[in-house]
Design a protein around this ligand. Sequence first.
Ligand SMILES: Nc1ncnc2c1ncn2[C@@H]1O[C@H](COP(=O)(O)OP(=O)(O)O)[C@@H](O)[C@H]1O
Ligand SMILES: [Mg+2]
Length: 255
Amino acid sequence: MISVRDLERRYKRRDVHALRGVSFDVSAGERFGIVGESGSGKSTLVRLLAALDRPTAGTVSFQGQRIDSLPERKLRFLRREMQIVFQDPMGSLDPRMRVRDIVSEPLGRRSPERVAELLTAVGLPEDAAMRYPHQFSGGQRQRISIARALAPNPSVLIADEPVSALDVSVRAQILDLLARLVDEFSLTLIFVSHDLGVVRHVCDRVAVMRRGEIVEIGPVDQVYAAPEHEYTRELLAAAPNLRTELARLKGETDA
Ligand SMILES: Nc1ncnc2c1ncn2[C@@H]1O[C@H](COP(=O)(O)OP(=O)(O)O)[C@@H](O)[C@H]1O
Ligand SMILES: [Mg+2]
């Protein structure tokens, strides 16, 4: 589905070498995690995968076709096939638009039926359609972003820190939703997080990034059970377990 080779990205102005020779493949239907601390190059990589930015060197292919050097007019198929959900739904949802229009915008036409279907799929009431983003909680706003991302029937969903801005109590709900939708719509998922616990929750393979490089890549279970790189072990030791955190939180409210 996606193939990345020897990807480099330098930001000249600030003299930053954000990606240094990144290579990997993602198969159709896979749930591929990208994990690493803040500044390791995850979002830079995401922008290159989605052809929102161009590499300094290296290649990105989607379904066998090079996309890293295509002009925008030839990327229209990709703009449908690959959708991105970002960390901050408030920043990515136009506050002046009704949910109905936000969700149907990628379709390029009004379709109340499709909007209703998408809102139901993400667990929002149908009357959400007429409301505005600020009338919803953070978790609900992320559901709106997900509905919008699913609207054009993409084959790939990229989620860049989709739960990092959310309260711990709603994180698991959004992660479960994502996992369910990936199955239901047979999506390929690229899931980015600085939090190993979160990646473990949804992915079947994971790449660990550090300073613009992939230091370890493999099946999630294997990377967690027997991390090969020292940096992965450090991340693991530092990562709070989502379930443990939830249990602790629940314990606190019960008490
Ligand atoms: N548009 C940009 N211009 C200059 N430097 C950038 C830009 N975007 C990111 N960077 C730098 O590139 C590095 C990787 O950033 P980023 O890809 O956002 O990492 P992550 O998503 O893992 O936090 C950081 O040092 C960051 O400051
Ligand atoms: Mg980022």
